[in-house]
Design a protein around this ligand. Sequence first.
Ligand code: DX5
Ligand code: ZN
Length: 214
Amino acid sequence: MIVSPSLLAADFANLGKEIEMINRSKADWLHFDVMDGVFVPNISFGFPVLESVARLCQKPLDVHLMIENPMKFVRQFSDLGTYMMTLHYEACPHLHRNIQQIHEAGMKAGVALNPHTPVSLVEDVLADADMILLMTVNPGFGGQKFIEHSIDKVRKLRRVIDEMGTDTLIQVDGGVNLETGRRLAEAGVDVLVAGSYVFGAERPEERVESLRCL
Ligand code: DX5
Ligand code: ZN
């Protein structure tokens, strides 16, 4: 299992220490949530923070854009060393072109789906996208309750990807802990994002390891 701890749940007064913990841990990526207060009802952090994080973080940066007009910033994310740039299906009327533009900028391209968006709507970009992110809570806040229906969505998407024979990764984000993570793994997830489950723990590195073993 690939594990991408979500920085949104970190202690921002001790950001340097939190990143050092991630560097020491067995985390595969670091998940960085950008919110604009328009696409989602919350604002998180942006380029100045990403710049500092990128300088210190030794893990690939997995950037989840919960913003309108994400393509406006493709060059800046690429220049800051983003590994995976994930935009929302619901914010992109020209998704196919946008995936190409992300690739041209030298990054991997992810497509995120809100809980109400069916997986069938991304079938025609599965061959192009590197990852599909299924939101397992409504985007905008950490620490929310896992939406049970997500398990069915993961199973459905797994089936389609296997039938098509693409190597698109399935990522889930929201309400992930050891219990939901285990069921998501069984349903066919490749990448677990976990915010409060990792950063809210007394021994976050152990939590990363426990998810990685799923
Ligand atoms: C929510 C963010 C998540 C968030 C997950 O909109 O996209 O990445 O940090 O937090 P937990 O794991 O606490 O549900
Ligand atoms: Zn996220």
